[in-house]
Design a protein around this ligand. Structure first.
Ligand SMILES: C[S@@+](CC[C@H](N)C(=O)[O-])C[C@H]1O[C@@H](n2cnc3c(N)ncnc32)[C@H](O)[C@@H]1O
Length: 206
């Protein structure tokens, strides 16, 4: 059986990679190093690494998913796409070097609230000043879902894991600010998602 037949595939990643690329094109042209958090199936990593050959796309995921993620990355054989590292956002020390950019898609509504807090603390310590943090996924605004279908998605998420849930943009933005970031873009994306972009302006509050 070909290796990739045993690697999970996400149709959502196929659908959202081009709209995400349009936004990344505005922000990653000068970046040399990027950390991806929660790389999942590796489809984003393979696609974006090919589009930014001058950028080292360092993917990562929680320990339980790294092995499967690396099956796709290894088979892609892309020079600027090293194997993914094991990174749980809750670990005390993040085992990765400082970088110019962080990208994470569809993770903040999966991980718990305390993990979201750790996500921002960790990225605050990692990104160089002038660097960029890009977060893709669904959000609520002033406590309201942007669409009925996101409200239903939130119920589904919580049935699956009561710690998951669509996060409030205002709360997430506050965490980002505490970590030394300033919001520069809130892009409305297809399928009721957002792509938020922050730039790193100062050292994180620890
Ligand atoms: C819905 S998937 C998103 C995957 C991919 N980024 C995408 O857009 O399809 C959520 C990802 O978060 C990862 N994850 C869950 N808990 C995590 C944690 N504590 N630290 C780091 N990643 C975590 C999962 O392993 C999974 O890859």
């Amino acid at each position: 059986m070909p290796i990739l037949d045993s690697v999970p595939f996400s149709q959502a990643c196929e659908n959202n990679k081009l709209p995400i690329l349009e936004v990344l094109n505005r922000h990653l042209t000068d970046a040399q190093t990027l950390l991806e958090i929660g790389g999942g199936t590796g489809q984003h990593a393979v696609f974006f690494a090919r589009h930014f050959p001058g950028l080292i796309w360092q993917s990562s995921d929680a320990p339980s998913n790294v092995e499967i993620l690396n099956l796709r990355l290894a088979s892609a054989k892309i020079t600027n796409l090293p194997l993914a590292i094991s990174l749980d956002v809750n670990q005390e020390k993040w085992n990765c070097a400082c970088c110019d950019a962080v990208f994470s898609a569809n993770c903040l509504h999966i991980i718990s609230e305390s993990s979201v807090v750790n996500f921002f603390k960790g990225t605050g310590n990692l990104v160089n000043e002038g660097g960029i943090l890009l977060v893709y996924g669904p959000f609520k605004y002033r406590g309201e879902f942007t669409t009925e279908s996101n409200a239903r998605f939130d119920v589904w998420l919580k049935t699956r894991d009561h710690l998951s849930g669509i996060r409030d943009f205002e709360w997430v933005n506050e965490l980002a600010e505490d970590a030394g970031y300033s919001l520069i873009e809130d892009n409305a994306m297809p399928a009721n998602n957002q792509l938020l972009a922050w730039t790193k302006t100062e050292r994180a509050v620890r």
